[in-house]
Design a protein around this ligand. Structure first.
Ligand SMILES: [Zn+2]
Length: 476
């Protein structure tokens, strides 16, 4: 299955303006919220609002839907949709052609070098010791809503981003953000980088030292309700799921004890990751005194665990259903906290996904749906060896990311080959594969027959200095 191809945006905005007249609203500063809270739920499908609604209480998702606005058909059309691109698009309001975040990773077409979206060799981690700290928004090319807010008031607003994933906190906070924090796998600590500061604030150090992450891992992950309360699309033990670590099983309970003080990566794939992130958000609001100044502050929160769990267990698993039961309760508690700490009516909150997800292809196949898996590494190797046989040169293709092949244009040139011949050899090969709907070269974009809406998405998702050469479109 390919990605949905567009960023799926579920946007709920809670606006509280009080009883001002239209004219007063226009001129009064009171119209501005004290704090804007952005809540991105990574990989949240729109239908989860309804599929799991019978589980939800009145204070979480249902409160947002009844007290706020629910934009049921809001999305920014571009291809393809992954976490870094989604977060950059939500907060810049732009698409990859402008903001440059074409994927979680890409190749810099000027240097030919591999780039991870938030890599920055000019900074070092703060609060941690691993390479996971060498991150910044340096690759983000356009401004975010937070950057623009700071430009509007001489940098009086304060902007923060937090997420277990580096890219989920860094891009939303923009290039002028006061801080972004993300999780270090080796320590289980919230870390940042020298892009923002030289040492962690005392409150972050204190939060890390409390080791609440260890207590959560000691408890492990079991179902919140009796198993009969769940939808049970399939048994808990099945062939469609991947355990949270190699030493775990795919069924409940999911034990995490053995990872404490060793490896916190498995923690990401549990709903406690969301709870932990929201607890950190509460501390940040309190300790940084958000909303206490004269200008609107912004806190960008991204809940990553929903995505890790979706990838491992799928959209129709017990795990994802349990995750949203728990997230709804966490959300209700967080909204109550905001009511009490910032004040009901003093904050605006929006909730969105960065992208959606299809059900597991193997699960779909059992229901006779046209679906299948493609091994990206195997496909890249096959294409590379096909080209080597045909042209007698190894390494003509360097990478395959997000359904795009990158040609080694320098090598093609130095070997006296024609770029169009190499490109045609790849496209002809791909077009013979039944799982490929079509492949095209961006050099021939204007003469490639595509539905206008699809053409539009590829054009908006393309960045000439970062995107690949050959686009692959898989069967639906
Ligand atoms: Zn994502």
């Amino acid at each position: 299955m390919k990605n949905t191809g567009v960023i799926f945006l579920l946007t709920i905005i809670q606006l509280c303006n009080g009883g001002l007249s239209a004219q007063e609203k226009h001129i009064s500063k009171a119209q501005q919220p004290k704090v804007l809270i952005g809540l991105v739920v990574d990989q949240m499908r729109w239908d989860y609002l309804y599929r799991f609604q019978h589980h939800y209480g009145n204070g979480g998702f249902k409160r947002l839907m009844t007290e706020g606005f629910n934009y049921e058909n809001a999305f920014i059309p571009y291809a393809s949709s992954v976490t870094a691109t989604g977060h950059a698009s939500i907060y810049t309001g732009a698409y990859p052609f402008f903001h440059g975040i074409v994927g979680n990773e890409w190749v810099d077409r000027t240097t030919g070098k591999y780039v991870y979206c938030t890599d920055d060799s000019t900074v070092v981690g703060v609060g941690g010791t691993s390479k996971q700290g060498m991150m910044s928004p340096a690759n983000l090319l356009s401004t975010t809503i937070g950057d623009e807010l700071k430009f509007s008031n001489n940098f009086q607003s304060r902007i923060f981003g937090i997420s277990l994933k580096d890219r989920g906190g860094i891009f939303p906070a923009g290039r002028t953000g006061d801080a972004a924090y993300w999780l270090e796998d080796s320590s289980g600590n919230w870390i940042t980088s020298t892009w923002y500061m030289d040492q962690l604030p005392v409150w972050v150090r204190n939060f890390n030292e409390r080791r609440t992450i260890d207590s959560m891992m000691r408890e492990g992950w079991n179902l919140a309700k009796p198993v009969s309360a769940y939808q049970l699309y399939r048994s808990d033990e099945n062939d469609f799921e991947v355990p949270i670590s190699q030493s775990n099983t795919t069924h409940f309970p999911h034990q995490l004890n053995s990872f404490i003080r060793k490896n916190y990566n498995p923690f990401r794939s549990t709903p406690m990751g969301n709870t932990f992130t929201l607890n950190f958000a509460k501390s940040l609001i309190k300790e940084e005194q958000l909303g206490k100044g004269d200008f609107t502050d912004i806190l960008c929160i991204s809940l990553s665990s929903t995505d890790y769990i979706g990838h491992k267990f799928g959209t129709h698993s017990l795990e994802i259903e349990d995750t949203y039961i728990r997230l709804d309760a966490d959300l209700a508690a967080f909204l109550l906290f905001l009511d009490e700490s910032i004040g009901k009516g003093n904050y605006t909150l929006f909730l969105s996904a960065d992208h959606g997800a299809p059900p597991s292809p193997d699960f779909l196949k059992t229901k006779k749906v046209n679906a299948g898996n493609i091994n990206n590494y195997a496909l890249t190797r096959v294409i590379a060896s096909h080209l080597e046989k045909k042209f007698g040169v190894a390494g003509l293709v360097t990478h395959y990311f997000d359904y795009q092949f990158y040609l080694n244009t320098a090598l093609i040139k130095s070997k006296g080959l024609k770029r169009s011949d190499v490109s045609k050899a790849i496209i002809d090969y791909l077009n013979e594969k039944p799982e490929v709907e079509m492949a095209f070269d961006y050099a021939d974009f204007n003469t490639t027959i595509l539905p206008q809406s699809v053409r539009d998405m590829f054009a908006k998702g393309y960045h000439p200095k970062r995107s690949g050469d050959i686009q692959v479109i898989l069967q639906p």
